[in-house]
Write a protein that binds this ligand. Structure first.
Ligand code: DP6
Length: 349
């Protein structure tokens, strides 16, 4: 893994004829989680979610139209993408062609600075960058709201990475076109709330069960899913109020219970999906010890064993030391709120 997690990866190779654009996007970590789709084709979530976009682990994606090609070309970190990863990108390109009325194949080159598929939100930064670069390459003139809707079709969490800082993704209302229109992300402005998120990488290998498969199984079989989805609504309202007050303890408590509740729904799925490993639990114990020592530290976990610990910036070094002690051998990266997705020309290239 790269040592400078803030650096944007080397620019992908140029030289493909046709229209092209490069976009950079950062992952986001949800404090109120999205888990479960009510429409898998349109990628409409069951629940609203709220996240913080990070200033680490950017994804850089270039999309160039290649009229001479017979098929789309997709490379991920310099190697041809295969299987499910390739299919998701090609499906997204089909959507761009349908929307733009163009038919050219595209060459997509994606560089991640975060391990792909390890529950570190690489699909959020990946599809946010692909939506922005792809829309520009295919000549679609979309505002941020429309871009967040478009990114949602690639990966619902990607809609939130269109925005910097804190963002909410609305689950939307109704069905079909109405649901598509009403499910989008927007910023949640809390300029004075600027915490640290200490990311504990206990395992960066690809997960055994994709989040897509896991959330489908949870919705279909977990008796706990509906209860969590209902309590998540109350969590969101409370979290928004806590953010407005800049109350890190309240934000952390709500985020931690929301995440643990989401993992409980998966543990009750049939068969169970368990992303949390012994090292995850060791870090969670470390977080509890920090709290009993008076440090405001709260954990959240996504579709993988890695833990993200929310704390005050001034406590980040102490939190990082504590989690290293709790799970020896893990690496730790401290993030803060980061920028929304942008085209590289906008970034001042
Ligand atoms: C646990 O957005 O990766 O990270 O929409 O199927 O691509 P798809 O799933 P994805 O799921 C993210 C789930 C989560 C919680 C969250 O980020 O809100």
């Amino acid at each position: 893994m790269r040592t400078d997690h803030r650096a944007e990866p080397a620019e992908p190779a140029a030289g493909v004829p046709g229209h092209g654009a490069t976009a950079v996007a950062h992952p986001n970590i949800a404090l109120i989680k999205y888990w479960g789709k009510r429409d898998e084709r349109l990628m409409i979530p069951y629940v609203d979610s709220l996240s913080m976009t990070l200033d680490v682990f950017p994804t850089t994606t270039t999309v160039r139209l290649d009229p001479a090609a017979r098929a789309d070309g997709v490379t991920l970190d310099g190697s041809p993408a295969e299987g499910e990863a390739r299919r998701r990108v090609v499906d997204f390109l089909e959507l761009l062609r349908e929307r733009s009325g163009r038919s050219e194949p595209a060459v997509v080159d994606t560089r991640n600075s975060v391990p792909t598929g390890a529950g570190l939100a690489s699909s959020a930064s990946g599809f946010a960058a692909l939506a922005l670069a792809g829309a520009a390459a295919y000549g679609l003139d979309l505002d941020r709201t429309a871009l967040s809707r478009l990114a949602r079709r690639g990966s619902a969490s990607a809609s939130r990475s269109m925005f910097g800082g804190f963002a909410i993704c609305h689950a939307g209302r109704g069905a079909g076109a109405a649901a598509d229109l009403s499910s989008y992300a927007e910023p949640v402005p809390v300029p004075d709330f600027d915490p640290a998120l200490v990311i504990v990488l206990v395992d960066t290998g690809a997960k055994a069960v994709s989040s897509r498969t896991a959330m489908r199984r949870t919705v279909e079989t977990s008796p706990l899913y509906r209860a969590w989805a209902t309590s998540s609504k109350a969590d969101l309202a409370e979290l928004r109020a806590a953010l407005r007050r800049g109350d890190l303890d309240a934000v952390g408590e709500i985020a931690e219970r929301n995440a643990l509740g989401m993992h409980a729904t998966m543990l009750a799925a049939r068969p169970a999906v368990r992303y949390l490993s012994p090292a995850t639990v060791a870090v969670l114990d470390g977080v509890l010890r920090l709290r009993s020592d008076g440090v405001s530290a709260y954990a959240t976990m996504d579709a993988g064993p890695n833990v993200k610990v929310l704390c005050h910036r001034a406590d980040a070094a102490r939190v990082a030391d504590a989690v290293r002690g709790a799970a020896p051998g893990c690496s730790v990266v401290t993030a803060r709120r980061g920028p929304g997705a942008r085209l590289q020309t906008e970034a001042g290239r």
